[in-house]
Design a protein around this ligand. Structure first.
Ligand code: AMP
Ligand code: MG
Length: 314
């Protein structure tokens, strides 16, 4: 589908138009102090699926949820002392904190990729701030570039990569930092540097008065915390047109099954439901049989996650 991507000015009209598009489930790119983000309502699974569709991302990673202020962030992440310290020191700014999810948070499970933690950030850029306030809710926003290409730091980069695939871009000139946000994990006993970025690790350590552990992907510091990908406990069997024995059946397209990712065969709907439905079926304790999903568009990312879920684990 080709859209006419609107270029909006960061004035009252442009901000109101952008907020209205986001509220309607459309994608709007907006500047932050790091790079241009590709924003979608973080509570709307189909809108978040649209991010993956527009970027052509072949796999689901948890996305950063952008909030207007710490008060909004606290409605999604369970607050603790280091979170308070870092929020006071660095928000608004290029710092992302990973915290346990607040029960009843209302975020799409596609935003957190099924994890029980959420990455939260309050950007400092005036246009991002105005947009978040006008929208009045959380925005999922990875960098506004096609998958595998470099991040966009001007509206022209955004249009070159995503023009025709998103509703609008809010153009407020080049981004001042150009680096991604620093990500700190605060969901376990030790603060962990998950990604280096716009705020130096030394500055964070100085404010915390303690060293940051480093997640190099190899070392497990706190069990559970660094599993950056959700996988069901149950065994998963793919390309299952019917369930066998005691299996529960996760369907796709018109069929009889226990839960259906999308009865009409809509891949965006299936992506939006994927993690929530895997969690629900996993809770039954039965093995999960999954119907075939087409290897096209969003089906690539869905199948990528299902193959990981079905792979033998230790
Ligand atoms: P971006 O695509 O720039 O928005 O990057 C998002 C980054 O945040 C990715 O590296 C994710 O793995 C990381 N991230 C988001 N949520 C979480 C989470 N709950 N736990 C750990 N890392 C996360
Ligand atoms: Mg990126």
């Amino acid at each position: 589908m080709t859209l006419k991507t609107e270029v909006l000015k960061p004035d009252a009209d442009g901000i109101a138009t952008a907020a209205g598009l986001l509220a309607a489930g459309a994608l709007v790119s907006f500047p932050t102090e790091t790079v241009y983000g590709l924003g979608a309502d973080a509570r709307n699974g189909k809108a978040v699926a649209g991010i993956y569709q527009a970027k052509g991302r072949p796999s689901f990673n948890p996305l950063i949820v952008h909030c207007a202020d710490a008060a909004m962030a606290r409605t999604f992440g369970v607050w603790n002392a280091p979170a308070e310290t870092l929020a006071r020191a660095f928000w608004p700014g290029p710092l992302t904190m990973v915290l346990p999810l607040v029960p009843g948070h209302g975020l799409s499970s596609l935003v957190t990729a099924g994890l029980d933690t959420v990455a939260l950030r309050v950007p400092r850029h005036p246009a991002a701030q105005r947009l978040l306030r006008a929208f009045g809710g959380p925005l999922a926003a990875p960098s506004a570039n096609p998958s595998g290409r470099i991040s966009a730091t001007t509206a022209a980069h955004v249009l070159a990569g995503l023009g025709g695939r998103i509703a609008a871009v809010l153009d407020d000139g080049p981004c001042p930092v150009g680096l991604e946000s620093t990500i700190v994990g605060l969901a376990g006993p030790t603060p962990v540097l998950l990604r280096a970025g716009g705020v130096a690790a030394e500055e964070i350590e100085a404010v915390l008065g303690a060293p940051l552990a480093v997640d190099d992907g190899a070392e497990i510091i706190a069990p559970g915390q660094l599993a950056s990908h959700y996988a069901p406990e149950a065994s998963v069997r793919l390309n299952a047109t019917t369930a066998r024995g005691a299996e529960v059946h996760l369907g796709f397209g018109p069929m009889d099954c226990d839960l259906n990712l999308s009865p009409s065969g809509d891949l965006a709907e299936a992506a939006a439901n994927l993690f929530e439905y895997l969690h629900r079926l996993d809770a039954t304790g039965a093995a999960i049989a999954v119907a075939p999903i087409p290897e096209t568009g969003l089906g690539l990312a869905i199948n990528d996650r299902l193959r990981r879920a079905a792979a033998p684990r230790d």
